[in-house]
Design a binder for this molecule. Structure first.
Ligand code: NDP
Length: 308
């Protein structure tokens, strides 16, 4: 089997990974980045990014990612298509296998594999993804100004997204499957104090309704069996995220939800030489700009580690 030695291996092609590659290249760490099966990560599910600093008119998400990638390549990063299929962090150098069968011995590894939003799994939800169905209010809420929207979920994210959307939209329905929120009391209070949020308790989504222009409504079923429709232009999922950390969790400590734990406000994991950046270690902020910033930190931490 072919084995290649790499000083700094970056796993994941999103804002965190590309930024880590930019910094690692400039630090002469000769980084190699594997982009995985969905280069660009979650940001590719949105259209225009209006809150990434430096773009007063907004920027197309794919253009932003493409530019980050190009910048990393121009500075010397070796960016490759392909996924990591196995790691062995007991070994030194760290051992990583990619889907081509190549084995990599890496002196340092930056994990930037991101997270994926949970969806309900309805065919109609899939059909209207990007056409009114979104899992990121901060990314897409602006497009629903003065319109009616629905948010699914009763946790902190759902409450936060609903109150954010309430500031933009005419009306926000929250679709909550039980008769209580999971969210903290503080977030619940914010929802209660926002007059244009209506909570639909004990409700599940049966179908997302729409036509060629996108989402037009949602068919709900109450726990007592009653089926009814609401008219909305946007349908936001806020039922949690899965950090993509399974491959590493035998070695790298995670919290109960699988988010990689880092030490002392750094990007260092419990395994020397393994660093984490972006949404795989961030249950809270999950923004392109915070992911990019943590990619920078991981590359600086890796540089310090490699240069002793
Ligand atoms: P949570 O797991 O806390 O909440 C998920 C919500 O979605 C729950 O109300 C759950 O219902 C509901 N849900 C799950 N699956 C389905 C489904 N199939 N159909 C309908 N509803 C469903 O996820 P969050 O993303 O809200 O939060 C993740 C973590 O991040 C939490 O620890 C949270 O506290 C934290 N966070 C903190 C924030 C802050 O402090 N400002 C902001 C955002 C997140 P049920 O309750 O019935 O299971």
């Amino acid at each position: 089997m072919n084995t290649e030695h790499i000083r700094c291996l970056i796993i994941g092609g999103g804002p965190a990974g590309y930024t880590a590659a930019i910094y690692a290249s400039r630090a002469a760490l000769e980084p190699v980045l594997y982009e995985g099966t969905e280069p660009g990560g979650q940001l590719t599910t949105t259209t225009v990014v209006e809150n990434f600093p430096g773009f007063p008119g907004g920027v197309d998400a794919n253009k932003l990612l493409g530019d980050m990638r190009e910048q990393a390549v121009r500075l010397g990063a070796d960016i490759r298509r392909g996924s990591v299929t196995a790691v062995d962090f007991d070994r030194r150098p760290l051992l990583v296998t990619v889907d081509s069968g190549l084995q990599i011995e890496a002196d340092a590894v930056i994990i930037a594999t991101g997270a994926t939003a949970k969806y309900l799994g309805l065919p109609s939800e899939q059909k209207f993804r990007g056409l009114g169905v979104s899992a990121c209010a901060t990314c897409d809420g602006f497009f629903y100004r003065r319109k009616d929207v629905a948010v699914v979920g009763g946790g902190d994210t759902a409450c936060e997204e609903a109150t954010y959307l309430a500031g933009l939209c005419n009306k926000v329905y929250m679709i909550v499957r039980r008769d209580v929120f999971r969210a903290s009391e503080a977030m619940q209070k914010r929802v209660r104090e926002t007059p244009n949020i209506e909570v639909l308790w004990n409700c599940n989504t049966q179908e997302v309704l729409g036509d060629e222009s996108g989402v037009t409504g949602v068919r709900l079923v109450r726990n007592d069996g009653e089926v009814f429709d609401i008219k909305v232009d946007g349908f936001f999922l806020a039922i949690g995220h899965h950090p993509v950390s399974e491959l590493f969790s035998r070695w790298v400590k995670t919290d109960d939800n699988g988010y990689i734990l880092t030490e002392d406000g750094s990007s260092r994991t419990n395994v020397p030489g393994v660093f984490a950046a972006g949404d795989v270690q961030d249950p809270r902020y999950r923004q392109a700009v915070t992911a990019a910033a943590s990619g920078c930190r991981a590359a600086l931490d890796a540089e310090k580690y490699l240069k002793g």
